[in-house]
Ligand binder design. Structure first.
Ligand SMILES: NC(=O)c1ccc[n+]([C@@H]2O[C@H](COP(=O)([O-])OP(=O)(O)OC[C@H]3O[C@@H](n4cnc5c(N)ncnc54)[C@H](O)[C@@H]3O)[C@@H](O)[C@H]2O)c1
Length: 254
């Protein structure tokens, strides 16, 4: 599997799964735009990769701001000449607001939707527009979650957003397949750290609960997820579209 000559834009690329995917895809020969906030995160990962000879571009992008997402696509094309792959990965998980549905403030619901669902919509929208303009296909990988396949997740807004992403994924696959554009989603299980991990009210308790429910006997890492993202984006996955791929150490089937 190689990504030589491919241009990739990854959101939320300054840490976790996004950063691991940037490393993995750069290693396979891709030019990588690292888009996300905070700027320091994407700057550091881009500098690290550039130090190893990769072609990188770091852009501070808040996926809740449509003009910033659009500008990131434009800037990528200015620097690298085209856009082949979009990894819509940026997400938040406000553990300190894991409250009952009937107690959830609308503002909190909206904040999570704005990043995790609308942010991915914006990313796909502008990435797709560029791919259609180019006229020679492309690949989108959406980072959903196993919470899209279950009901037990405490944060209803997080779970609902991640479920919505699977609909978005299928829509893109069905409506743009004839343009050679593929879309797939990955559903990671419980990793060692979730987004906003430092805000978790009981990180050790959560870790133990997830660990004891995971058949493989360990939690995942961003490096467990990155190869799946790279594969789905690569030409080796050329007949795969509209699917979602569970990478979870087996927790979903328990
Ligand atoms: N870690 C897990 O257990 C797990 C499990 C399933 C799914 N996921 C999903 O994987 C994705 C990546 O999460 P992660 O585990 O790597 O955590 P992470 O917090 O390291 O990564 C999320 C990245 O998105 C960035 N970000 C947050 N808000 C943003 C915004 N408005 N605009 C741009 N960037 C923004 C963050 O700064 C961070 O760099 C998320 O969508 C998450 O929901 C994670």
């Amino acid at each position: 599997m190689r990504l030589d000559g491919k241009v990739v834009l990854i959101t939320g690329a300054g840490s976790g799964i996004g950063a691991a995917s940037a490393r993995y895809m750069a290693e396979l020969g891709a030019s990588v735009t690292l888009a996300g906030i905070p700027a320091q995160g994407v700057d550091e990962v881009a500098a690290e990769l550039a130090g190893r000879g990769a072609k990188t571009l770091a852009i501070p992008v808040d996926v809740t701001v449509d003009s910033q997402v659009k500008a990131a696509v434009v800037h990528t094309v200015e620097v690298f000449g085209r856009l082949d792959i979009v990894v819509a990965n940026a997400g938040i998980q406000r553990h300190n607001t894991d409250v009952d549905l009937f107690e959830m403030e609308e503002e909190e619901w909206e904040r999570t939707q704005d990043v995790n669902l609308r942010g991915v919509f914006r990313t796909c929208k502008h990435g797709l527009a560029q791919m259609i303009k180019q006229g020679d296909g492309g690949a989108i990988v959406i980072v959903s979650s196993i919470t899209a396949l279950q009901g037990r997740t405490p944060n209803v807004s997080y779970m609902t957003a991640k479920t919505g992403l699977l609909g978005l994924n299928r829509h893109i696959a069905v409506h743009y397949g004839d343009k050679g554009i593929r879309s797939n989603a990955v559903c990671p299980g419980a990793l060692e750290r979730t987004p906003d991990w430092d805000e978790h009210p009981d990180p050790d308790g959560r870790r133990q609960t997830m660990l004891s429910a995971t058949p493989l006997g360990r939690l995942g890492t961003p490096e467990d997820i990155a190869p799946w993202i790279a594969f789905l984006a690569s030409d080796d996955a050329g007949f795969a579209t509209g699917g979602h791929y569970v990478v979870d150490g087996g927790i979903t089937i328990t």
